[in-house]
Design a protein around this ligand. Structure first.
Ligand code: ATP
Ligand code: MG
Ligand code: FE
Length: 347
């Protein structure tokens, strides 16, 4: 089954072709970072307008790259939520119009299910059941995954998402949007241990997170440094390092706790923050100690992309699911509301 995937939930236009027999055939991405950077964050209206400009050329590019004609497609998957409503509408309208014109089914995919299943695109991929740590710009969640569409939320951030905290700290340090990779780069030159930042909520039972206190702590440290000696380049590196260490340590502790609580030995990490090197290596080390294994997507499929939407959509289209005539986008959409993969399992 050959599926075209389209991602337009935020500030990346992602397109991919996935074949359930042959795997990922082609993918292309246009990032709008340069458009939004001067505003320090995503401007929804500008995001929608640029998806309109980029989506169709990217679809043509991907079809040409794979040497496929539209007549060979068996379905189109697009991101139906969660995300920016205007941006979602662009992808949904385009995908559904093409599907109608080409006489094939379309399916609205959950963006976080896309992230969650992105590690399945790798040759060495996880087996169900597993614990998923979803760490992105809008989400920080621990999910028990028994199969596609069988998700139980174990814990989540009570305030900011981890990626959002990275982005806000980047602003405090004078770094451009999106800040995660910039903070990580600065942290590499930081002196470990000069600043000790709190590990939020690790001493409380449960699997929820909170990152807003850490953000305030970071701001106060910036202010103190500035008042005492003026903010030096080394101060910035040391603060970035302490912040990153605190986020990573917190995520690692909660992942181990989730595996233990659920009696599982497979951990999957996905979403933009899962591209973070320190998080990847520390999680790997910590989890290996307890005999568990961790899987994550290739770095290019950690942040938003079309491949993850094509993959998730392909699994569901293959199981016979497709849009109803009155399908709509869902700017807010709890992942636990998704149907299981096999219709027979609904009962
Ligand atoms: P969501 O998926 O929750 O809707 P989103 O799509 O905006 O949100 P992603 O594209 O998955 O989020 O990830 C983007 C986030 O990942 C940004 O907050 C960015 O700063 C963060 N990020 C990307 N690379 C890194 C990195 N190396 N270290 C830390 N954070 C990173
Ligand atoms: Mg993005
Ligand atoms: Fe995302």
């Amino acid at each position: 089954m050959l599926i075209l995937g389209l991602e337009t939930s935020c500030d990346e236009t992602g397109v991919a072709l996935y074949d359930t027999g042959r795997g990922l055939l082609a993918h292309a991405l246009f990032s709008q970072v340069d458009i939004h950077v001067e505003y320090g964050g995503v401007v929804p209206e500008l995001a929608s307008r640029d998806h309109v400009r980029k989506a169709l050329p990217l679809i043509q590019q991907v079809l040409a790259q794979a040497g496929c004609a539209p007549q060979q497609l068996d379905g189109i998957a697009y991101t139906a939520g969660p995300g920016l409503v205007g941006a979602l509408m662009v992808g949904a309208t385009l995908a559904r119009s093409l599907a109608w014109a080409w006489g094939i089914p379309s399916l609205g995919v959950h963006h976080m299910e896309g992230h969650l299943l992105a590690p399945m695109l790798e040759t060495e991929h996880p087996e169900f059941p597993f614990i998923a740590l979803l760490v992105s710009g809008g989400h920080t969640q621990l999910v028990r995954v028994d199969a596609i569409g069988e998700y139980r939320l174990l814990g989540e951030s009570l305030d900011d998402a981890a990626g959002e905290a990275f982005d806000k700290v980047a602003k405090m340090l004078g770094l451009p949007y999106p800040g995660g990779p910039h903070v990580a780069r600065l942290a590499q030159r930081g002196t470990v241990g000069r600043f000790e930042f709190p590990r939020p909520m690790v001493n409380r039972p449960g699997l929820d997170f909170s990152f807003s206190g850490l953000k305030t702590f970071t701001l106060n440290t910036v202010k103190t440094c500035r008042a005492e000696t003026g903010l030096t380049e080394q101060d910035l590196c040391d603060i970035a390092c302490a912040f990153e260490d605190a986020v990573v340590a917190t995520l690692v502790i909660k992942c181990r706790r989730a595996l233990e609580q659920e009696g599982l030995t497979t951990l999957v990490m996905a979403g933009g923050v899962s591209a973070n090197h320190k998080l990847r290596s520390q999680l790997q080390q910590a989890v290996a100690k307890s005999g568990a294994r961790v899987f994550y997507p290739a770095p290019e499929f950690c942040t938003d992309n079309g491949a993850m939407i094509a993959y998730a959509g392909a699994q569901r289209l293959l199981a016979g699911q497709h849009d109803a005539a009155d399908a709509s986008v869902r700017p807010r959409w709890p992942m636990e509301q998704l149907p299981p993969l096999t219709p027979a399992a609904v009962e």
